[in-house]
Design a protein around this ligand. Structure first.
Ligand SMILES: [Zn+2]
Length: 291
């Protein structure tokens, strides 16, 4: 610790059925805020970056920013690359030190997705990293990746075979959630999580979690969603905090005061979600359970 392979964080979470927050950060301020929130709750944490953020920072600068902050915390943490359809960027991030990648080949047919995911799993293994797989696209566009049209949902047997054939570590099933904000209550398919875990017991990943309530989170986590992605909630907290500060202080030009306000808002958002997922106090169980 503190930076550990993602399986050391998710193996015990999956076994004990609690959820680990996987929060998409956008810069060093949001990174620091979520690390502080998890530290205070003694919770393991996964930090995620979208491909867009990696491209705008540059992989090396982003990784060294992450590493400098992560090395200072006392909780187990991992760095994950969210939805990445681009093999070249998968390689760049694995080379730079990311602990886990989501190879998002959901646009490809299952056979070609399987073939390429097998290659990505082999590449990740050489780096001691894990791979999250996906065959059904999660509804909604997130940082330029995805589609607003509902995609094909395969029978769970197809997903289970994909998991088996590829050797992925974690899987993102289509369960009725969507990226972005819900305009109407989502029709969740929690049964699909249960069926998949029964067929092939690996950690499931909940995408599109922003806007679900405590009961929905708890139910999906109890069925095997060990990794719970949070992206939209961070964007809302981050942007609204800037807006609120500027509206309340129109004549002020005090960057540290504004950034402090944003930091506090992002940290509160992370604290609220980690508490909902049941991972508070679980930092000490990581490593002990995995080894
Ligand atoms: Zn997602």
């Amino acid at each position: 610790m503190p930076v550990v392979p993602i399986r050391e964080i998710l193996d015990p979470a999956f076994a004990e059925r609690y959820g680990v927050a996987a929060i998409n950060v956008v810069d060093d301020l949001s990174l620091d805020a979520v690390l502080q929130a998890a530290t205070e709750l003694e919770a393991p944490l996964i930090v995620q970056t979208s491909l867009k953020t990696v491209k705008s920072y540059g992989a090396k600068v982003l990784y060294s920013t992450w590493r400098a902050r992560a090395d200072e915390v006392a909780i187990p943490v991992s760095l994950h690359l969210d939805h990445c359809p681009d093999r070249e960027w998968i390689s760049i991030c694995l080379d730079a030190g990311w602990n886990s990648v989501l190879f998002d080949a959901s646009e490809l047919d299952v056979a070609e997705n399987t073939r390429q995911t097998i290659e990505v799993v082999a590449e990740a293994e050489r780096h001691g990293a894990q791979v999250e797989g996906e065959i059904e696209s999660v509804l909604g566009v997130e940082d330029g990746v995805g589609s607003d049209e509902a995609g094909l949902v395969h029978p769970v047997e197809v997903s289970a075979k994909f998991i088996e054939d590829t050797g992925i570590y974690s899987f993102a099933p289509a369960i009725g959630t969507a990226h972005g904000l819900y305009k109407a209550d989502p029709e969740l398919r929690p049964d699909r999580v249960t069926e998949l875990v029964a067929l092939h017991a690996i950690p499931m990943v909940l995408h599109g979690g922003t806007g679900l309530n405590q009961a929905q989170f708890s139910d999906l986590i109890s069925r095997g969603c060990a990794k719970v992605n949070i992206s939209t909630a961070l964007k809302i907290a981050f942007v609204d905090a800037h807006r609120d500060y500027l509206e309340a202080n129109p004549g002020k030009h005090d960057p540290p005061a504004m950034l402090g306000h944003v930091h506090a808002a992002v940290k509160q958002m992370a604290t609220d979600h980690i508490a909902m997922f049941g991972s508070a106090g679980k930092a000490g169980g990581v490593g002990a359970a995995a080894s």
